[in-house]
Design a protein around this ligand. Structure first.
Ligand code: SAM
Length: 196
């Protein structure tokens, strides 16, 4: 519903530079109802499937350079231009191979400059594993780091992944109980993937 995107703006980041995306339009609509800001919120909300971000990325195609533009209608137009990408409670929805595919697609959006960072949190597990009966895969800090190093090796090069990508990941015991409502007790993995 866009709470995190709104928090960034409340903290002072210019709304016209913020894009928020969900597969389901109704969640974005609920966000506007919740915050009563349909006519005042300057954030660009896009309804999109993250798996529609093309991979491999086309060598040309529609991208925008003016990120304050309201002409952005498709997340893939942001290719190579995103400096901060937050993916909260998202990756864990998918199987291991699909998470890797998602990492590649989101990786194409990132600006290749020092300081660009993807970050988020999700259900993890001390030993990486499929979470029975859910279709979800839970990483630990080591497997999560390996996945991103592999992704940036494929996206750029082994040298880039080794020297320019810093992955940080750790388990944090959530203050909120039941942050991830599953029948299994799983730790929450907080992470960042930074280009340096
Ligand atoms: C558990 S919610 C996380 C919401 C928020 N990021 C947070 O941290 O609270 C996962 C969201 O991912 C969205 N989603 C699921 N599959 C998606 C996809 N393929 N592309 C874009 N969004 C998707 C769902 O509609 C849902 O709103």
């Amino acid at each position: 519903m866009g709470t995190d995107a709104r928090k960034v703006v409340a903290d002072g980041y210019p709304a016209q530079n913020v894009f928020a995306c969900d597969l389901r339009q109704e969640f974005l609509d609920y966000g506007h109802r919740l915050y009563n800001d349909a006519s005042t919120c300057g954030i660009h909300f896009l309804t999109a499937n993250a798996f529609d971000i093309p991979y491999p990325p086309p060598s040309d195609g529609p991208t925008v350079t003016d990120l304050t533009s309201t002409n952005v209608t498709d997340v893939s137009q942001l290719r190579g231009q995103v400096t901060h990408l937050y993916a909260g409670l998202f990756f864990h929805l998918f199987e291991e191979a699909v998470q890797y595919d998602l990492a590649l697609r989101l990786g194409t959006l990132m600006k290749r400059e020092s300081g660009s960072v993807l970050y988020g949190r999700q259900m993890g597990a001390e030993e990486p594993r499929d979470v029975e009966g859910t279709g979800m895969f839970a990483h630990n800090p080591e497997s999560w780091t390996r996945m991103w190093k592999k992704a940036f090796t494929e996206l750029e090069s082994a040298e880039f992944a080794e020297n320019r990508v810093v992955v940080k990941a750790k388990f944090v015991v959530p203050e909120e109980k039941n942050i991830v409502k599953l029948d299994v007790e799983l730790p929450v993995l907080y992470w960042s993937v930074q280009i340096v």
